[in-house]
Design a protein around this ligand. Structure first.
Ligand code: ZN
Length: 362
């Protein structure tokens, strides 16, 4: 079980949030320069978005309304930068046939410099201070933008998905870990050095579970798909009678339990798996309350694989958020909504950011 639970509730459950998020129609979408430029330049032009993951590279032709017109995929070819470049070139060549492509956006896990030209660090790909944009622009003969994958997904949700109409949005991606990104006043907010959004490594439980970042008690050790799988494996290994269905689903082998399996069983109605998801949702809401205290967004958008749990995850998160929010009862509270675009958000956002960026760079 968890080392401790989030603080107990101190306001009645189900208490209505005193102020709701402003209706989209009342919000000025943005005063940001990028957004104004985007509108001014109209709806023409196609871009290719490429999402480089640890196991696959997904690419698509995206129009100015965020629709994917055609798609292609490859396996991620190891971590050699030249091999990854080659796959990108192949995908762009394949997708360019029959489309007039103005720019290419590339999203990957890791940190890019603020200009979108150099990959400072990528955990899955051996990119260290790699000037990827310059070499790709030579190979592709088009403007290229590099972006963090969580930033790309957040931009897509803000432009075309759950964040439309909200001026200050924080996007949380729940997968094996926690990805984070912010769109503030029409711009992806990336901090002074381009590495903002590492919300998953806020320490939420000092001395808690060890995290791969080297610290203990990071949020992503409590509110991610990995955390869900770990807790379920502990429950199953204890041979608890409540875990019998869970054990049966993995042939009696607790090591085979993953967050995805727990989510599936929870959706099918298994009580123990629902309880495990509820715990993860409570940790999620506690971390969101911390972020609200620091950033005061109007909306949190929750994406990533764990979101297939829907309300089984988000409802406990909303309750924990409401009872941990600083100044609750005396301040407007941010909304918490599920992402709308699914796993293609990264490539849609990378494509759209490349279009906006290439235009603002002239
Ligand atoms: Zn960490």
């Amino acid at each position: 079980m968890y080392a401790a639970s989030p603080p107990e509730q101190n306001s009645p459950p189900g208490r209505p949030v005193p102020w709701r998020r402003r209706r989209p129609a009342q919000v000025q979408p943005s005063r940001g320069k990028q957004f104004r430029e985007h509108l001014r330049l109209g709806r023409k032009g196609l871009a290719i978005g490429i999402d480089i993951g640890g196991t696959k590279v997904a690419a698509g032709v995206v129009d100015a309304d965020g629709r994917i017109l055609s798609e292609a995929r490859r396996s991620t070819p190891g971590s050699d930068p030249r091999a990854v470049e080659q796959v990108i070139v192949e995908l762009v060549d394949e997708l360019s046939a029959g489309h007039r492509i103005r720019s290419v956006g590339i999203g990957a896990a890791g940190w890019m410099d603020l200009d979108g030209g150099t990959v400072l660090f990528s955990p899955h790909l051996a990119w260290r201070n790699e000037p990827l944009r310059a070499s790709l622009q030579r190979l592709l003969r088009r403007p290229v933008l590099l972006t963090n994958d969580a930033d790309a997904a957040a931009w897509a949700e803000w432009r075309f998905g759950a964040g439309q109409g909200e001026d200050r949005m924080v996007c949380i991606t729940l997968g094996t870990g926690i990805g984070g990104a912010m769109v503030m006043a029409g711009r992806v907010e990336r901090g002074r050095f381009g590495v903002a959004g590492e919300f998953g490594h806020q320490i939420i439980m000092p001395g808690g579970h060890r995290c791969e970042c080297g610290n203990r008690g990071c949020w992503e050790q409590y509110a991610s798909g990995n955390a869900l799988g770990r807790e379920a494996r502990i429950l199953a290994a204890a041979n608890s009678p409540v875990a019998q269905e869970l054990l049966a689903a993995v042939g009696g082998k607790p090591d085979r339990i993953t967050g995805a399996i727990v989510t599936e069983l929870a959706l099918a109605g298994d009580a123990a798996c629902r309880e495990l998801l509820e715990e993860v949702g409570e940790w999620l809401g506690l971390g969101l309350a911390n972020l609200a205290a620091a950033l005061d967004p109007g909306l949190f958008v929750i994406g990533g694989g764990l979101c297939s749990a829907g309300d089984l995850l988000v409802e406990p998160a909303r309750k924990a958020f409401a009872r941990n929010l600083t100044g609750r009862g005396f301040r407007p509270a941010a909304g918490i909504e599920l992402a709308a675009l699914g796993p293609s958000a990264g490539l849609i956002g990378a494509a759209d950011l490349s279009r906006v960026s290439s235009r603002t760079r002239g």
